[in-house]
Design a protein around this ligand. Structure first.
Ligand SMILES: [Mn+2]
Length: 341
C-alpha cells in the first residue's frame, strides 16, 4: 500500500470540492508529453470512477506514440475541435490543470482557462501563476503523475486504481524521469512505481510502446543531427545541436520527432551542458540539459524567455537561428565559469 505524501491543506480543499458530484474538465499543456497526457487520462478516470462527469481537453493532439494510452479516444483537443473544447471548459465547475502552471501554456485555451471559476493545479514546475484556487506544486517531484498518485493515495482512493490508471501514471513517471535515471528519481518515485506495478502496469510494454515507436524519418533525423549538426563548445564542456527548417523538412519533421534529441549531446564524455536549437514557425526553440549543479533554467530565464528545472529547461528566441546560436555562445563561457564542475 502506498503511503500518502500529498500535503494535507490542498488535499482537504480538494476532498471538499469532490464531496458532491461535479462537472469537471481536465487539461494540460500544449504539445503534451506522456506526463501530461498520462496524468490527465489517469486523473479523469479516477474522477469518473468517483461518479463525476469528466472531459479531458488537450490544447493539441498527443504525439502518435501516446495515443494508445487508455482513455485517449475520449479526450478532445482544441486544435481539432475548438468549439467543443472551449465549451467543455466553460461548463466545468472544476478545472484541473496538470503538468503546467501558467495560463499561456495552453495556447488557444488560455481565455477559457482564465475564466474557469475553480482551478486546481497539480504540477512540478517552478513558479506557478497566481490563478489557481487549490494548489499542489512540488518542484522536487519527478513528475506530475507521481504527484497525482500521491493525491490519489491522500484521498484514500489507492484501492480504486486499476490497470488503465496505473498504465497512464507509469507512462508519465517513466518518461519524465528519463526511465528512472534523472536526479528527480527518488526512493519514493520507485515506491510509487512499485505500487503502479501492483495495480497492473506492465513496464516492458509501456516502455516499448512509447520509446520504440520511431518512424524511419525520425530515426534518420536523429542520425543526421548527431553526425552533421552536433558541435562541441567550450573545450568540450558543452555541446550544441542546431536544426534549421530545411534540415527538418528534409526528414519530413512532425512534432515530437526531436523529443529527447538534446539528451544525446549530454552523453559525450566531458560535456556537462547540452543545447538543442531548432527553427519553428514562431521562432527558435531552445532546450538545455545539464549534469551536476548547473542550473540551465537560470540561463534560459536570463537570456531566452525560458525556465524549467535546474538540469532540464526550455526557452525560445525570436532572432534567427545563427543569431540565437551566437547569443548562446556569448553567454555560455561566463555561465560555465560561474558554475565550475
Ligand atoms: Mn512533467
Amino acid at each position: 500500500m502506498l503511503h500518502p505524501s500529498a500535503p494535507s491543506e490542498p488535499l482537504a480543499a480538494l476532498a471538499a470540492l469532490l464531496r458532491t458530484q461535479r462537472r469537471i474538465a481536465v487539461t494540460t499543456h500544449y504539445n503534451p508529453d506522456a506526463d501530461a497526457v498520462g496524468g490527465a487520462l489517469a486523473w479523469a478516470r479516477m474522477l469518473g470512477v468517483g461518479g463525476h462527469a469528466v472531459q479531458v481537453v488537450l490544447p493539441n493532439p498527443a504525439p502518435g506514440n501516446l495515443r494508445w494510452l487508455p482513455g485517449y479516444g475520449a479526450a478532445i483537443d482544441h486544435l481539432t475541435n475548438q468549439v467543443q473544447s472551449e465549451a467543455a471548459i466553460a461548463q466545468a465547475e472544476v478545472l484541473f490543470c496538470l503538468d503546467f502552471n501558467r495560463a499561456d501554456r495552453v495556447h488557444g485555451l488560455e481565455q477559457a482557462l482564465r475564466q474557469a471559476p475553480v482551478k486546481v493545479l497539480i504540477d512540478h514546475h517552478r513558479g506557478p501563476e497566481d490563478i489557481f484556487q487549490v494548489v499542489f506544486s512540488d518542484i522536487g517531484a519527478s513528475s506530475t503523475c507521481q504527484m497525482i498518485c500521491d493525491v490519489i493515495a491522500g484521498l484514500g482512493l489507492a484501492d480504486r486504481v486499476g490497470k488503465e490508471v496505473a498504465t497512464c501514471l507509469y507512462a508519465g513517471i517513466m518518461t519524465d524521469t528519463g526511465s528512472f535515471r534523472f536526479p528527480s528519481t527518488t526512493a519514493h518515485t520507485h515506491r510509487v512505481a512499485a505500487f503502479l506495478l501492483e495495480r497492473g502496469a506492465e513496464p516492458h510494454l509501456i516502455h516499448e510502446a512509447i520509446m520504440e515507436d520511431n518512424t524511419l524519418d525520425r530515426l534518420r533525423l536523429t542520425g543526421f543531427a548527431l553526425h552533421e549538426r552536433l558541435q562541441l563548445l567550450e573545450g568540450g564542456q558543452a555541446s550544441v545541436i542546431t536544426l534549421s527548417t530545411e534540415d527538418l523538412e528534409r526528414f519530413h519533421f512532425v512534432p515530437g520527432d526531436t523529443e529527447g534529441l538534446v539528451n544525446y549531446g549530454l552523453t559525450v564524455r566531458g560535456v556537462r551542458l547540452a543545447a538543442f536549437l531548432a527553427e519553428r514557425k514562431d521562432g527558435i526553440k531552445i532546450s538545455l540539459r545539464s549534469k551536476g549543479r548547473l542550473p540551465v533554467n537560470e540561463l534560459l530565464a536570463a537570456h531566452f524567455q525560458g525556465g524549467g528545472h535546474a538540469n532540464a529547461a526550455g526557452g525560445r528566441s525570436t532572432a534567427t537561428l545563427p543569431e540565437t546560436v551566437e547569443r548562446l555562445l556569448q553567454v555560455l563561457p561566463e555561465f560555465l565559469e560561474r558554475h565550475p564542475a
